[in-house]
Design a protein around this ligand. Structure first.
Ligand SMILES: [Zn+2]
Length: 269
């Protein structure tokens, strides 16, 4: 089977959960997300109406996905062409019975019981670049990009630059730090932050150390930044934050400015 025939045979799978709809509430009973709805500026309806494109459903995407639907996000598209390996189970949201199966399909299915509102996750068992080439990608409120290779980050930066904000997450090669970068249309892009990424063709080495701790730290930052993108009343004062949980290197949230000679956003004027 050649690559085109293989891709044409791929089936995206739609998962739906009813969650706990407020219409089912009894008198005096609070909704599943009532606590967060009390926060200043929090807009549950915006989160419910959001369409999130999640690129990658391994350690990073999986750590975000179940919490995203627990907060009440109404729709997520998930893309991942990789299969679950036994060595993933120590940090990624998969079970022993998932080993050998596609990460997007298993990740979407495993996240569904976490949904607190009516939620839809569409799992695309294919690499994002191939999904774009086959017209499988729809509109988006925001995208979350977690794969650990620069070629996918650069591709996603360019693809979404004018369409919607993108949240990039990266983890250090010894799991000692992790960053979140927020790319907004018209503002600094991924290559403004990492200019060398556009020419870096290296894939991560198999067997690179990894751990769940830093995934949870960055997942929390992503959820906070996403709220700020979807809700005018929630603010963050950074677009880049690289954190070392051990405190070995002290960092602070930063604002990355656009570069005029940027190989990606420079073309967009
Ligand atoms: Zn740029």
């Amino acid at each position: 089977m050649n690559n085109t025939m293989f891709l044409n045979s791929i089936r995206s799978v739609r998962f739906n959960s009813n969650g706990f709809h407020p219409e089912k509430l009894e008198e005096g009973q609070k909704s599943a997300t009532a606590s967060q709805e009390q926060l200043p500026g929090f807009n549950q309806q915006n989160l419910r109406n959001a369409r999130i494109q999640m690129i990658g459903c391994g350690g990073i995407g999986g750590s975000i996905l179940d919490n995203l639907v627990r907060k009440g996000c109404g729709h997520v598209d998930v893309y991942d062409g990789d299969d679950v390996e036994l060595g993933n189970l120590g940090r990624q949201k998969f079970f022993p019975s998932d080993v050998g199966k596609n990460k997007a399909l298993c990740g979407a299915r495993n996240a569904m019981p976490h949904a607190s509102w009516p939620t839809e996750i569409v799992a695309h068992p294919v690499w994002f670049e191939d999904a774009v080439n086959h017209g499988m990608v729809g509109g988006a409120s925001a995208a979350i990009v977690g794969p650990d290779r620069d070629s996918t980050r650069v591709y996603s930066s360019r693809y979404f630059y004018k369409m919607c904000p993108v949240l990039f997450v990266g983890i250090g090669t010894r799991a000692e730090h992790g960053y979140v970068f927020v790319q907004k249309p018209g503002e600094a892009c991924f290559a403004c932050l990492f200019p060398d990424a556009t020419t870096n063709k290296r894939a991560p080495c198999p067997g690179t150390p990894a751990m769940i701790d830093i995934l949870l730290v960055t997942a929390g930052l992503v959820l906070t930044a996403l709220d700020a993108l979807l809700m005018p009343g929630r603010k963050i004062n950074w677009n880049y934050w690289d954190i070392y949980p051990s405190g070995a290197i002290l960092t602070q949230p930063l604002t990355i400015e656009r570069r005029k000679d940027c190989p990606i956003c420079g073309k967009f004027g």
